[in-house]
Design a protein around this ligand. Structure first.
Ligand code: HEM
Length: 455
């Protein structure tokens, strides 16, 4: 009897030892993060400005953090080094987008480039966009359109300057950016309809395609829809390409280009009006490069080194996509000793990186001069400044986006001096942010222009 007890005890000890090893092997070492609550996970910790909440929480738990929003696992990335691991070293693992019902509905069953999952279809669409629609040659072909629209825009502001009234710069810049995008994609100004969703929206895009098919090669300069239709009709693509794809790409390009550029311009102008010393310095550079006898031309842009720093500093302080777009782990992966489970969403907090005192001196101050003698740029090679993301999913419209931002900002500050209404002092300008898909100003930027050119 005593012997069988000894045997039983021995077997129990061995079994528990074996079980312990087995469970230890299976248990994942997730990145650190706050304690969640049932069902919600950590959702209750996020308020109106999640980029700021996540920045605060990361100060306690570190640059690679695990949080659950509902049942969905999220990895929050908040330092340049960590961002480099996810967007460069292990880029391929995280190059997909999470499945999303709304995106699925709006983008014709995930045919979209922006929300589509990583795979051969996405790679083909991305190649098509980069080579056919957003190449330098194609961007340059829209230069006359940009000049014409900007001319009309400046004339309308001259009228306000003449009357000495304040203009709603936020609204004005937003509609100019929308006009530029619509004219480039389908040669029309029907912009307000893009705010509508669902069936009406689909019908509208169908109508645009019909009109282009009917007009053939005649009637207007070649826009992006013309190019897409000729690709569709040539039947030469190695992948399925029909009207649904044309609509998805139209929507991608319009949605991605309008608000991003407008919001960047709005923040740049806000900072310039708030900081008169910097505004004067930009205007002085423009006087030297362009002169007061004419407006800015695109060919001037490369010579405006200080303006370039001002735009970079705006991107740092007010990233318009502070959490980029979510990436998605296509397989289990180990990073810095942590297990990143397949199916996690990867959220890169560029707001936290841009405001980190370990990365930037005086991060809350607007100091364009910090870029003097620095090779940091915004194209995704420097992980401390990622307004366009980086790697496979980085923005393919960087070149066009930068042209829109630099051209419109430089034109506005070259042609006009700006004053705040109601004798408001520059330092009193409210800079409160509102989080959405794009980080916008809560209050529209209102200012009074005075024309400053000599004609
Ligand atoms: C100042 C202007 C712009 C900013 C700040 C901006 C920023 C971004 C960001 C942060 C992403 C996500 C990157 C990631 O998830 O890692 C993105 C993606 C994208 N952007 Fe832009 N963008 C701008 C202008 C444009 C323009 C002008 C176009 C095209 C006409 C464009 C087309 C796209 C597309 C198609 C994607 C999705 C790429 C993919 O998922 O593969 N963007 N952009």
């Amino acid at each position: 009897m005593a012997v069988s007890w000894i045997w039983l005890t021995l077997i129990a000890i061995l079994a528990s030892f074996w079980l312990h090893r087995l469970t230890k092997k299976k248990k994942k070492r997730l990145p650190p993060g706050p304690r969640g609550v049932p069902i919600l996970g950590h959702l209750h910790m996020l308020g109106k400005n999640p980029h700021q909440d996540l920045q605060r929480i990361a100060k306690e738990y570190g640059p690679i953090m695990y949080m659950q929003f509902g049942l969905i696992p999220n990895i929050i990335v908040s330092s340049p080094e960590a961002a480099q691991l996810f967007l460069k070293t292990y880029d391929l693992v995280f190059a997909s987008r999470p499945p999303h019902q709304a995106a699925k509905y709006l983008s014709w069953d995930q045919r979209s480039l922006t929300f589509g999952p990583y795979g051969p279809y996405w790679r083909n669409m991305r190649k098509l966009c980069t080579l056919e629609l957003l190449s330098n040659l194609r961007i340059n072909s829209f230069q006359p359109t940009r000049r014409e629209e900007l001319g009309i825009f400046i004339e309308s502001l001259k009228q306000a300057a003449h009357e000495g009234v304040a203009v709603d710069l936020s609204a004005k810049v937003s509609s100019l950016a929308a006009e530029l995008s619509c004219r480039m994609v389908f040669s029309k100004k029907l912009t307000r309809k893009f705010k509508a969703l669902g069936k009406v929206f689909d019908e509208f895009l169908e109508k645009v395609i019909d009109e282009h098919v009917r007009a053939g090669d005649h009637g207007h300069t070649k826009d992006i829809v013309d190019t897409l239709i000729s690709i569709m009709q040539s039947e030469k693509t190695e992948f399925e390409f029909d009207r649904r794809h044309v609509k998805a790409i139209m929507l991608d390009l319009l949605a991605a280009s309008m608000d991003t550029a407008a919001s960047t311009i709005e923040w740049t102008l806000s900072e310039l009006i708030k900081n008169p010393r910097i505004m004067k310095k930009v205007q002085k550079e423009l006087e030297e490069v362009v002169g007061l006898e004419r407006m800015v031309e695109e060919s001037d842009l490369d010579k405006l080194a200080y303006l370039d720093m001002v735009v970079k500093e705006t991107f740092r302080l007010h990233s318009v996509a502070p959490l980029l777009l979510p990436h998605y782990a296509m397989e289990d992966c180990k990073i810095n000793g942590y297990d990143i489970p397949k199916g996690s969403r990867i959220i890169i907090n560029t707001h936290a990186i841009g405001h980190d005192p370990n990365v930037w001196t005086d991060p809350e101050k607007f100091i364009p001069e910090r870029f003097v003698g620095s090779d940091i740029d915004v194209r995704g090679l420097h992980f401390q400044l990622l307004p366009f993301g980086s790697g496979r999913r980085g923005c393919p419209g960087i070149q066009l986006g930068l042209i829109h931002v630099r051209l419109i900002v430089s034109q506005l500050v070259h042609c006009f001096d700006w004053k705040l209404p109601n004798d408001m002092l520059p330092e009193e300008l409210d800079m409160t942010e509102e989080f959405g898909l794009i980080l916008a100003r809560v209050n529209h930027l209102m200012a009074i222009p005075t024309f400053r050119l000599q004609n």
